[in-house]
Design a protein around this ligand. Structure first.
Ligand code: PEP
Ligand code: MN
Length: 338
């Protein structure tokens, strides 16, 4: 069972709820979000009824949730959640395209990338400072220095920044550079200690799907973050591994529809790591928006052939601009804006 309380609930009011749960022999997990406090009753739920909690001061609602994922489930919160990324809303009527290079390379590359991202009409920028590479000999990212270059480049156009966190020990640096949305990559979707660490902060988290993860495992990973108190989670479908070798990963468009039913949280799509080739990105992007995605995470490089990482899949600035035009038409057709 979960008990939803207002964010202005007093400690004394919360204590009454917790005591009641414990008196029935269950354990209480308190998840303090910005907009609501969700108390999860863990144990034999048959001992609890919603009516035991709904009359109590501070309680907005109480309900049994059949699913294993609770706070992130549509059952617990019917309306779509809109997440604020440094003033840019994600999950509402307006679709957001997050564009930028795979990795932060040089200040000049990032300055140009920020300019082209802004000129294409995108309101958020991506770029990796800490890179999860298959080979230990490949470029691993500039680390904190990369965060510095990214922040400097993006602030000229007031673009909020999205970048990947691989290790909880880097969280202080991420907070120092005020990273606006933290990406958890496919390889870390089930790194539960990392999920617990980002569950304790208030920054929006973009949780990519593990490359072989089921939707239910993905939802449970989001629940780890939410259980810690961070309810600002965005799902990102980035393609899954199958027997097919004609492209990097299979973009699971069906997952968008399933997630929209199962969770109130926003869903975005990364068409770049799905296809793995720049020429596939427009078709996959259009399919994603038409299927109901709330946004895209797209790789764009000022000069793709010179990219240090994922050169094959990066759009040119002109290709990004053109893509934005076609996406605008699709957004309009389904009653949304770009
Ligand atoms: C990325 O977005 O740069 C990235 C490494 O993505 P993924 O975790 O989906 O492979
Ligand atoms: Mn990449």
């Amino acid at each position: 069972m979960i008990i939803v309380m207002g964010s202005d609930t007093t400690d004394a009011q919360l204590d009454v709820v917790v005591k009641k749960i414990e008196a029935a022999g269950l354990r209480a997990n308190i998840s303090r979000g910005i907009e609501r406090i969700v108390v999860g009753a863990i144990g034999d739920e048959r001992k609890l009824e919603a009516e035991m909690f709904t009359p109590l001061p501070g309680v907005e609602s109480a309900m049994h949730i059949a699913k294993q994922y609770k706070i992130v489930s549509r059952e617990s919160h019917k309306a779509d959640t809109v997440i604020d990324i440094a003033g840019v809303p994600l999950g509402g009527k307006q679709i957001q395209i997050i564009a930028g290079p795979c990795s932060v390379e040089t200040q000049e590359q990032m300055d140009l990338a920020a300019k082209f991202t802004h000129e294409a009409g995108c309101r958020l920028m991506r770029g990796g400072a800490f890179k999860p590479r298959t080979s230990p000999y490949a470029f691993q990212g500039h680390g904190v220095e990369g965060l510095d270059m990214f922040r400097k480049a993006a602030q000229k156009y007031k673009l909020p920044i999205v970048t990947e966190l691989m290790d909880a020990r880097q969280l202080d640096a991420f907070m120092e550079y005020d990273v606006d949305a933290i990406q958890i990559g496919t390889r870390n979707m089930q790194n539960f200690d990392l999920l617990k660490a980002v569950g304790k902060i208030n920054k929006p988290i973009i949780l990519k799907r593990g490359m072989s993860a089921t939707i239910s495992e993905w939802l449970m990973s989001a629940e780890y973050i939410a259980a810690g108190g961070n309810h600002n989670i965005i799902f990102c479908e980035r393609g899954i591994r199958t027997f097919e070798t004609a492209y990097r990963n299979v973009l699971d468009v069906t997952a968008i529809a399933v997630l929209k039913k199962e969770t109130h949280l926003p869903v975005i799509v990364d068409p770049s790591h799905a296809g793995g080739k720049a020429w596939m990105v427009p078709a996959l992007s259009q399919a994603a928006i038409a299927a109901g995605a709330d946004g895209l995470l797209v790789e764009m490089h000022p000069s793709p052939c010179d990219a240090w990482c994922d050169a094959d899949q990066a759009l040119t600035p002109d290709e990004l601009k053109k893509l934005m035009g076609t996406l605008g038409a699709i957004a309009g057709a389904i009653g949304r804006t770009l």
